[in-house]
Design a protein around this ligand. Sequence first.
Ligand code: SAH
Length: 404
Amino acid sequence: MTTVFLKKGREESLRRFHPWIFSGAVASVSGTPYEGEVVEVLSSERKFMAYGHFQKGSITVRVLTFNQDCPPGDDGRMPLEFWENSISAAMRVRTSIGLPSSQTDCFRLVHGEGDSLPGLVVDVYKDVAVLQAHSAGMYLSADLIADAVMKCGAGRIRAVYNKSEGTAPHKAGLSLQDGYITAPYGADECAVQENGHRFHVNWEAGQKTGFFLDQRDNRELVGEYSKGRNVLNLFCYTGGFSVYALNCGASSVVSVDSSAVAVGMLRRNVLLNTGSEDAGGRHVAVCADALDYLRDVSNGRFDLMVVDPPAFAKHRDALDNALRAYRRLNASAIGKIASGGLLFTYSCSQAVDRRTFELTVFSAAAQTGRRVRILRRLTQPADHPVSIYHPEGDYLKGLLLYVE
Ligand code: SAH
């Protein structure tokens, strides 16, 4: 097995169970591990610290276990038993918060570092699981992970689809290909329920794993406040917030997204819930750039807005531009919303922390000169847990604003 030796004084974060070892903390590596191999990590005093997936780049090792009694097999991968234990532990967390339920049959089963499985996401849509590997190591273990998911699904999960082509590292020499790890499902989509609202989810053509499960609690809140309001849902994707608003009695909803595929699915989701694509004249679907659309909106036309853009800052280097984009977007929304309006605004960029996001929205509000109160601070739901040792996992930041 390959061994990674740490530099003196660089063990501290690992002792506090932070799961990433940066390249700057590595003193030397015995041999030449392949990308994705499970390596052993030793302190500068040659004491065992962890086993984890090796990868080239700024994060050299993603820790899988701090337990020396849980070594990898001869093939450089963690054994099936490790995956079964880890995934059934993740399942227990979901069961303990009532997922799945009679109202909600889609949920995140594995949330990377939050479930001590850095680099792995598994989302469940009724009876199919969609696996997304963000590291070479997870990609190389996808077959074992799928076995463990099927087993811990206790007969509920029929198929596991690997959707890692766009997320696993391209430079690692893997031949990345999306597809079923198990026998095929027989369709590329299914209809799920979330808090009793219904959605078609297509994991093959959709973004991420097919649906943005991380907005579930926030969609519920939007539903609660939508009755009798004129709602604008910007960056609507397949209409998550729009469906809740329509089902909860919004007077009108306009949904905007720049993806034609997403807008097509949005229309089908409105049909599924309301019986017609335009919800009996209450819904308009628009395929357009959100900022362009907002520019032409007349002041006061909407009294509830949702602004849920994609991650503008995918990396730290992009931070300045991202903050400018968040400011421009929020200033425009705050400027246009009706007096007494509610604005739900989000950032899902991991590189933008909560404080920075609030400061950015604050400066956007100040630009408009309007009086703005923060009613709530919003975040991701409980099936997207954050390891207390890995605060970076707190990626979804939102504010509910009241604009006078
Ligand atoms: N709120 C959604 C998830 C939003 S994901 C939900 O609850 O499901 C972000 C969306 O923004 C994606 O659907 C993407 O197609 C869209 N998008 C990206 N850039 C855009 C732009 N400039 N204008 C409008 N939509 C955009």
